[in-house]
Structures are given as structure tokens and as C-alpha cells.
Design a protein around this ligand. Structure first.
Ligand code: CTP
Length: 396
């Protein structure tokens, strides 16, 4: 993470207050200075001490609590915030913020903040759908707030409906974007492929590989935080697409080829991190293939190489980045791929170590370009994504 940022986390009185402890913890661990302000009702659900222990900062629940060492904390916390997140946001705090009412620590501090503001409503469906709440949310939208819509699910009252706090990873992504958006890819369009393709044999079976999609999703998330407009073409994965990224799900190598070629001309940078099948069954059976006595042989035919096809044409002079996954002769094979596929960069990664490659959160790579090679060392996939995208931005 580039520099120490300040996150102002406003917590109001809802059962979901306990969930945002994870957000305070996540950003503190990332080196962000997290200041938590709570309404008195929020403090009934989660003790301020919990947030203090997680953030190592005093938690204010009142304008006059006398315990913090700043008599005008509401002004200083508001003024210095790089991003504000209000979660969970009750109908009451939404109404206050929409109308500029400043009668408690949360509403007063937020009024003093001029940074990007994000709010995540959470309440009983009827309260959320009430015209007053909808009017207030609309007002916040007009005032420039980003609203992270609540989800449908089981609510604290036992009813099932909309009003459940959005998923924590979604809130974290939105805050990360607000805190770390840097200008390097501002106005640029980045197309990323991720995950594994599936080649169907029959309605029951398919051939795939071990790619989890984590590297591609990290690239999409970081490209977004660097200001890009991101399209992610993804095979099926177990992970949620990053917030604010336009995601297209595909199944086979052919689907991925079509999805990429349709969109390639509009992209400034194309990063192909997907593990695309090189072969697909020569024939697809509409009915389940039944077993018979003796062995069977599967006939496979070659798929189109998406990276080669894009690399050859580069429809409008894009920077094209490919990945190379090898178990042996990593550099030699990867250098060949740079030339054969006419890529501008190949990210060569070995699956020889247990900390790199499929499924894990870390990776190490050698970035190979036409002018040189750079070995990154072991780092998180998000950190590696940043290194790759910065290099791609330079090439652009
Ligand atoms: N790739 C692609 N289309 C394919 C196969 C691969 O676009 N049909 C891309 C991958 O997304 C990756 C790069 O090509 O960016 C290299 O993939 P890799 O599997 O390492 O190499 P292959 O070209 O498939 O060659 P081999 O399997 O022989 O190593």
C-alpha cells in the first residue's frame, strides 16, 4: 500500500455492527489509520473497546466524551479522512446525513469531511422501502455519496427480504477504491481474462484445469483502484468479482475467444491471465456418454490461441500482456511465448513452489518484455498485480 491513509468508519445502531469489526481489522492490518466513530445505539451492539483494540485508536461515541485527547475530534477526524464509510447505516443516520443534521458524533464528524463517502444501509425491509428512506438515499446519491445497496436475506427480525448489509468484501473493495485510487490508469480501459475454461464432453462432464482465478481477479481489482475502467472475462470461479468491475462469465475457450475479440478493439491494455484449454473434445455428445466394456479414447482438437490472435493484430496498438505457466524451463519457454505470441510482456510464473501458482494468495514472477526481465520475488497476488499493471502502464 502506497502511503498511510485515514479511513473514517462510522457505525450506527444495527445488528450488523459486529460485521464491520472485520473492516476495521482489515484496513488496520493493511497499514491504514482507521478512526471509528459510533452512535450511542451502535455501542449497544458492539463495545467501542472492540474497535479500539482492533484499530489502536480511541473510539468516539459522543462529541463530549472527554476521554479522547482531541477536544475537536469531530473536525479533525472529518477533515483528515481520505474516505468515509458508514456501515451499517440505519434509516436514522441516513435521514440525518441526507439533511445535514449534526447532533451526534457520527453525523457531526461526517459533515466535516470532504472526501469520498460510502454508505451501506442495513435495516428491516419495510423501513428501507419506506418513501422517506428512499428519498433520503436519493438525496445522498445526489450529494455524491456512493451507496452500497443492501442484499436480500434473513434479517435480524426473522423475516426474509432486502435490507441485509452488503457483503463485507464488497464494502472493503469500495473503500479500497476510494482510498487507493491512483491516477496511473485513469481513463484507460483494461481487459482481463481470468480463471479456467471448461470444455464439455457431454451434459455431465467437462475438462478443466486447476486455475482458481485469484491472479486475474486481483488484477481486475487493482486495475480498478488505479482508475481504469475494467472488463473481466472470467471462467467459472469460487470468488466474487471485484466491486465496480464489469464481469462477463464464459465457459469454454471458444466462448472466451469470442468475448475477448468482441471487446479487444476498445481496450488500452489486455492482460490474459486465464488458463485457457489448448484442446477441446473433437465432438460433443448431446446425451451422457455411457460406459462400455474395455478402454475408451478421447479425441481432442486444438482451440484457438486467444493471446496469439490478439498479439498478432493488436487492433489499436494496445499493450498485450500474457502469462506463462511452466513446470520446467520457465524462462526459456516464456521468452519464446513473448515472441511467438507477439505479446508486449509475459508474466512468467512457475508452479514449482507451494507459495506460487494455482489456488494460493501469493505468487512470484519474472516480467519479460522486449527490453529486459524483472524478477519480482514472492508477494501477494494483489501486490504482483500492481507491479504488472504499473509496468503495463509504462509500456503504454
Ligand atoms: N492462452 C490463450 N489461448 C489459449 C491458450 C493460452 O490466450 N488457447 C494464453 C494464456 O491466457 C496465457 C498464455 O497464452 O496468457 C500462455 O499460456 P500457457 O498455458 O502458459 O501456454 P500455452 O500457450 O498454452 O502453451 P503450453 O501449454 O504449450 O505451455
Amino acid at each position: 500500500m502506497p502511503e498511510k491513509k485515514n479511513l473514517l468508519l462510522g457505525v450506527s445502531g444495527g445488528i450488523a455492527a459486529y460485521k464491520v469489526c472485520e473492516i476495521a481489522s482489515y484496513f488496520t492490518k493493511k497499514g491504514v489509520n482507521v478512526n471509528v466513530v459510533m452512535t450511542e445505539h451502535a455501542a449497544e451492539f458492539v463495545a467501542p473497546l472492540t474497535f479500539e483494540a482492533l484499530t489502536k485508536n480511541h473510539v468516539y461515541t459522543s462529541l463530549f466524551d472527554g476521554k479522547g485527547n482531541d477536544p475537536v475530534a469531530h473536525v479533525n477526524l472529518g477533515r483528515t479522512a481520505d474516505a468515509v464509510l458508514i456501515a451499517p447505516a440505519t434509516a436514522n443516520i441516513i435521514a440525518k446525513l441526507a439533511n445535514g443534521i449534526a447532533d451526534d458524533m457520527v453525523s457531526t464528524t461526517v459533515l466535516a469531511a470532504s472526501c469520498k463517502k460510502i454508505i451501506a444501509p442495513a435495516m428491516f425491509t419495510g423501513m428501507l422501502e419506506n418513501p422517506a428512506t428512499q428519498r433520503n438515499l436519493e438525496q445522498l446519491r445526489k450529494d455524491g455519496w456512493e451507496i452500497i445497496e443492501s442484499e436480500s436475506g434473513r434479517l435480524a427480525c426473522g423475516a426474509v427480504g432486502s435490507g441485509r448489509l452488503a457483503e463485507i468484501p464488497e464494502l472493503i473493495s469500495a473503500v479500497e477504491e476510494a482510498l487507493f485510487a491512483n491516477e496511473q490508469l485513469l481513463g484507460k480501459r483494461v481487459l482481463i481474462t481470468a480463471g479456467a475454461t471448461r470444455e464439455s464432453l457431454d451434459p455431465v462432464r467437462f475438462i478443466t484445469n486447476r486455475s482458481s482465478g485469484k491472479m486475474g481477479y486481483a488484477l481486475a481489482k487493482i486495475a480498478k483502484t488505479m482508475g481504469a475502467e475494467v472488463t473481466l472475462i472470467s471462467g467459472k470461479t469460487e470468488i466474487r468479482p471485484p466491486h465496480g468491475v464489469s464481469t462477463v462469465f464464459v465457459e469454454s475457450a471458444e466462448d472466451m475467444y469470442n468475448a475477448v475479440t468482441e471487446r479487444a478493439a476498445c481496450a488500452d491494455i489486455i492482460v490474459m491471465s486465464a488458463a485457457v484449454a489448448d484442446y477441446t473434445p473433437a465432438e460433443y455428445s448431446d446425451q451422457k456418454i455411457k460406459k462400455s466394456e474395455g478402454d475408451n479414447t478421447l479425441v481432442l482438437k486444438r482451440t484457438k490461441d486467444i493471446l496469439s490472435s490478439i498479439g498478432r493484430t493488436k487492433p489499436s496498438g494496445q499493450v498485450v500482456v500474457g502469462f506463462s505457466m511452466e513446470t520446467e524451463n520457465l524462462l526459456e519457454n516464456s521468452r519464446k511465448k513473448l515472441l511467438i505470441k507477439n505479446a508486449d510482456m509475459i508474466v512468467a510464473n512457475s508452479i514449482a513452489s507451494e507459495n506460487t501458482g494455482f489456488g494460493v494468495d501469493t505468487n512470484a514472477a519474472v516480467l519479460i518484455t522486449k527490453t529486459g526481465e524483472h524478477e519480482t520475488g514472492l508477494m501477494s497476488k494483489e501486490e504482483l498485480a500492481e507491479v504488472i499493471l504499473k509496468k503495463a502502464a509504462e509500456l503504454l
